[in-house]
Ligand binder design. Structure first.
Ligand SMILES: Cc1ncc(COP(=O)(O)O)c(C=O)c1O
Length: 374
């Protein structure tokens, strides 16, 4: 029976346990699985680094939600990105967004060049800039939309068309949007990446990452092999926690989006706020693209505070309900001065604060920000 995303989130990979009838997914901590004398598999599994029932259920659910042919789960979002990028051969060229998660930037500027892979940062909202950056040896175009932390939006369908005309693989980090709001594979991307640590887990208690592939062709096979051998696989317990979180993802995302709208509209009208980056605001430079490719605009936003770094730190220091902490996508609202946590060479504006809008009452969140902005 065809299912909508809300139903898939509840039912994909959720069959009752064949052995016991348990409706809630059992947790299988076993690292090894009985096989025959010549290695014949009894129930499909052999060793946990290659696969286990909890990983398999989560992969089934993720592939269903993103409309992919297969998914692979990893110990972290960074392990997922790394496994894909490690498949790029020496001499290949990689394009990634100017505004992106810090870890990707470090991989691109530090780790890829060590292996002879060159990388170019481009404003992916600017189609002509991407076109100019694509070279004959460009093997992968990385997209992150909305991006972290400036909530930039790029046109996935247009960029996928452009990249495919050059034989370039398109990967899209869909962590901020989740498949509830945006399905990059349907828009033409080849691979979707998630830090499942964020909205999928949803409770700030399970590190994890995933890649979902449009096809089970060469990149899927290469990454599955690499994960098996290099070992960056998701633990069974974190797979279990993430799948448990995923069941309520549609309900949580609706509330995150609703709260974020209330906060964004409040901040946009506040005299101490110089700019609000949230793609749902008509003032967002790529609002039209976001409205076309997203169902709603997500629970992440960032803002620039008039008065520079000290003014931003003063706001972050005054919040009571928001917690100063990194990460995002949990039930609790978080605030972070990104430049302070980006290492030696921060790239975020010194007056930028990033907000992960949680599941509290919107009025309480607005009241907290109102008192912090006085
Ligand atoms: C957009 C985005 N991608 C990737 C990552 C990396 O994921 P993880 O922390 O699970 O390794 C993060 C982490 O904050 C992120 O925000």
């Amino acid at each position: 029976m065809p299912m909508r995303l809300e139903s898939l989130a509840v039912h994909a990979g959720a069959e009752a346990d064949a052995a016991t009838g348990a409706v809630a997914t059992p947790l299988h901590l076993s690292t090894t699985f009985k096989h025959g004398p010549a290695g014949e598999r009894v129930a499909g599994f052999e060793y946990v680094r290659e696969g286990n029932p909890n990983q398999e259920r989560l992969e089934t659910a993720l592939a269903a939600l993103e409309g992919g042919a297969g998914a692979l789960v990893f110990a972290s979002g960074m392990a997922a990105i790394t496994s894909l990028l490690e498949c790029l051969p020496a001499g290949a060229h990689f394009i990634y967004p100017q505004d992106c998660y810090t870890g990707l930037r470090v991989l691109a500027t530090e780790f890829l060049p060590q292996r002879g892979v060159s990388a170019t940062a481009v404003d992916t909202a600017d189609l002509s800039a991407v076109r100019a950056a694509i070279a004959p040896h460009t093997r992968c175009l990385w997209l992150e939309t909305p991006s972290n932390p400036q909530l930039r939006i790029c046109d996935i369908a247009a960029l996928a068309d452009m990249a495919h005309a050059h034989g370039t693989l398109v990967a899209c980090d869909n962590t901020f949007a989740t498949p509830l709001l945006q399905q990059p594979l349907a828009l033409g991307a080849d691979v979707v990446m998630h830090s499942t640590t964020k909205y999928f887990g949803g409770h700030s208690d399970a590190l994890g990452g995933a890649l979902i592939f449009a096809r089970r062709d060469e990149p899927f096979v290469a990454v599955a092999h690499r994960r098996h051998i290099t070992g960056g696989v998701l633990s069974p317990f974190n797979a279990w926690l993430t799948l448990r979180g995923l069941r309520s993802l549609p309900a949580r995302m609706a509330w995150h989006c609703r709260n974020a709208r209330a906060v964004a509209e409040f901040l946009a009208a506040h005299p101490r706020v110089q700019a609000v980056h949230w793609p749902g605001l008509p003032s967002h430079p790529n609002h039209a693209v976001a409205a076309r490719q997203m169902r709603d605009f997500g629970g992440m936003l960032s803002m620039l505070i008039h008065g520079g770094r000290d003014a931003a730190l003063s706001v972050a220091g005054k919040v009571k309900m928001f917690t100063n902490a990194t990460s995002l996508g949990g039930c609790e609202s978080l605030i972070e001065h990104r430049a302070s946590v980006e290492g030696e060479n921060p790239v975020s504006p010194q007056n930028l604060l990033r907000l992960s809008i949680g599941l509290e009452h919107a009025d309480d969140l607005v009241a907290d920000l109102a008192q912090a902005l006085t």
